[in-house]
Every structure is written in C-alpha cells, then in structure tokens.
Design a protein around this ligand. Structure first.
Ligand SMILES: [Fe+2]
Ligand SMILES: [Fe+2]
Length: 334
C-alpha cells in the first residue's frame, strides 16, 4: 500500500494520471451562469468532437424515443439540457482519458460498460428516494468512478493488476479479497484516495472509497450504499465486466445496503415498481451505454418513407393524429 500510494502521489504530481476535476472545469461556467445561452454552450461543446458526437447519439437513442431526429449540437443542447451535457462530457472524457493497455485479455471497454451502468443505476436509485441534498450529477459521478481504483492499479502497476485478476480467478475469491491478499490494499481505498487528491466533492470520494463497505463511511452512508446497490445491479444485469467474478445472488432488495436505504430514506413508490422500471429500462440502458463509448457503431435514427401516401413528405411535421415513432428506424454504421 505505501509503495502504491507513493507511486500514485508521484503520478498525479507529474501529470501521468488524468485529473478528473480538470475534465469538467470548462463546463463549470455554464452550470453556474444562468444567463448562458444555448448558442454559447453549443459553440463551446462543438469544439469537442468526441462530446458532440455522443450528444447526438444519445439525443437520438431509443432511451429518449424522440419523434423527430435531433440533427445538430444546438438542438441536442436544447433537448438534453446542461445537466445531462455535463454528464455526457464527464463520461466521455473519463472513458477516453483512462483506458490502460490491455492486461491479460482484460477488456477495458467492458470495464467502462460496467461503470456507466453503475452510474445510471446510482442516479436512478437517488431519484427513487426523497432526501435532502440529492444531486443527480454527484450520484452519476460516484457510480461512474466507483471502480477507478482498478484503473489506477492497472496504469501504475500493471503487473500487480494482472496478478490480482489471475489469482482471483485461480483461487475463486473476490477481486477485493485478492487485492488484500496480494497488494495489501483495495481499489476502493486507492480510488478514494486518488479522487480526494483532486478536490472532488467529499461525498463522491467517500462513496468510491466505501462502495464495498458502505457501513464504514465516516459521515453520510447514503451515497456509498447507493453505489453498492448500483454495482450489484450492474453486475446482476450483466452490463460489462469489472473483473469482479463474485456471484451476484438474490434480489437487490435483500442486500444490506438496500435495507439500510429503505430504513433511513423515504422511498418514492415501492420496491416492486422500481424493479419493474429497472427491468423495462435495461434494453434502453444498453443502447445508452454503447452510445457513450468510443469507437462504437454509430446510431442513426432514420425516418422511412411514409407508408400512407396521405402522410406528409420527409421532413414535414407529422399530423397530430399520427404515431410519430412508427416510421422511425435506428440503424448502426461502423
Ligand atoms: Fe468495486
Ligand atoms: Fe463495480
């Protein structure tokens, strides 16, 4: 642990590891400026092609089920809003900045699939409860970065990462148990420490630090517990692979973290309707994840020729009585 921490400290100080906070600073002005216009935000976003293309993909994804395709960045800014744009920008920049060399066949794109799914579920869980101080962006950030400690290990000590993966598989133990056995630390501790050095909100680095032991959180346990349940859901529903082969058994409502949440916060609705929502949204979430990842197939929403000759031509607004999505199709291109 001390050796890894020293290497981590040095890597941050000489810029060998990306600074998460730096990825968002250019967008802070828009979050804090109520007078910023859509044109100004769009012009700024357009300078970042990676973010722009993802905004368009997401605005046109089945998740939002729009009747009319969004055709440019300005329209996507208007449709998605600044909060969602910040989340897309944060996710895009993290995924692109932190993708280590392949380690023994470990697929880092699958790692990010797991993290994005966890972010989505973490935000969804936050919205399922009524409690003071809820911030959807912080919930997303905590979910997205909950396993960032694994990236830190892989980037600073690839041999150690490879050893943990191999030993966890050979010995049939969890990733965390293998970390403690062979590294004398775990990715929660390292990830939390890495984010703390970057002045991220304490609620985020505490959630990252304690996502496997949420009950050890020093102050608020809500976000660590939500990150824990979100990680459980992402693994149970098979989104990506974080290298944690521990079996995910039973419904999420039986996890200690969920039990803590329902005992301490007011749940909107009931667990059964949340479960239904989780099941219904799984396909849409899968598409959302693919649209956030780099070098993926591009999702294109196309409007086919009207089946009914009396329908208006392509590009014209549909009549009020028509089903607007019936003649839309989503195509993917390389
Ligand atoms: Fe983890
Ligand atoms: Fe995880």
């Amino acid at each position: 642990m001390p050796a890894l921490k020293q290497r981590l400290e040095k890597a941050i100080s000489v810029g060998h590891l990306p600074t998460i906070q730096g990825m968002l600073t250019d967008l802070e002005q828009f979050a804090n400026d109520p007078h910023a216009t859509v044109e100004q935000i769009s012009e700024h976003i357009s300078k970042d092609p990676s973010v722009s293309v993802r905004l368009l993909r997401i605005a046109n994804s089945a998740y939002y089920a729009r009747a009319e395709p969004v055709v440019d960045v300005q329209e996507s800014v208007l449709f998605l809003g600044v909060a969602q744009i910040r989340i897309v920008a944060m996710t895009t920049r993290c995924v692109e900045a932190m993708c280590p060399e392949d380690q023994s066949g470990f697929v880092w794109t699958d790692f990010w699939r797991h993290c994005i799914a966890t972010a989505h579920f973490c935000r969804m869980l936050g919205r399922s409860f009524t409690y003071p101080g809820f911030n959807p962006e912080l919930n997303w950030m905590a979910g997205l970065l909950h396993d960032v400690g694994k990236l830190v290990i892989a980037m600073l000590a690839p041999d150690s990462f490879r050893k943990v993966i191999t030993k966890a598989t050979e010995e049939g133990i969890s990733f965390q148990d293998a970390e403690h056995k062979y590294l004398d630390t775990d990715h929660g501790a390292l990830g939390g420490w890495y984010l703390e050095r970057q002045s991220l909100p304490p609620v985020v680095f505490e959630a990252v630090r304690c996502h496997h032991k949420w009950d050890m959180a020093v102050e608020k346990k809500e976000l660590p517990a939500m990150a824990n349940v979100a990680d459980f859901l992402a693994r149970q529903k098979g989104f990506g692979n974080s290298g944690n082969m521990e079996l995910v058994m039973g419904p999420f409502t039986e996890t200690p973290a969920w039990q803590f949440l329902v005992s301490n916060l007011a749940l909107r609705g009931d667990p059964a309707s949340l479960q239904l929502q989780l099941d219904e949204e799984s396909t849409k979430i899968a598409e959302l994840i693919e649209n956030l990842l780099p070098n993926q197939k591009r999702v294109v929403v196309k409007r086919s020729a009207p089946a009914d000759p009396s329908e208006p031509a392509k590009g014209s607004p549909p009549p009020p009585s028509s089903n607007p999505s019936s003649n839309l199709s989503v195509e993917t291109t390389a």
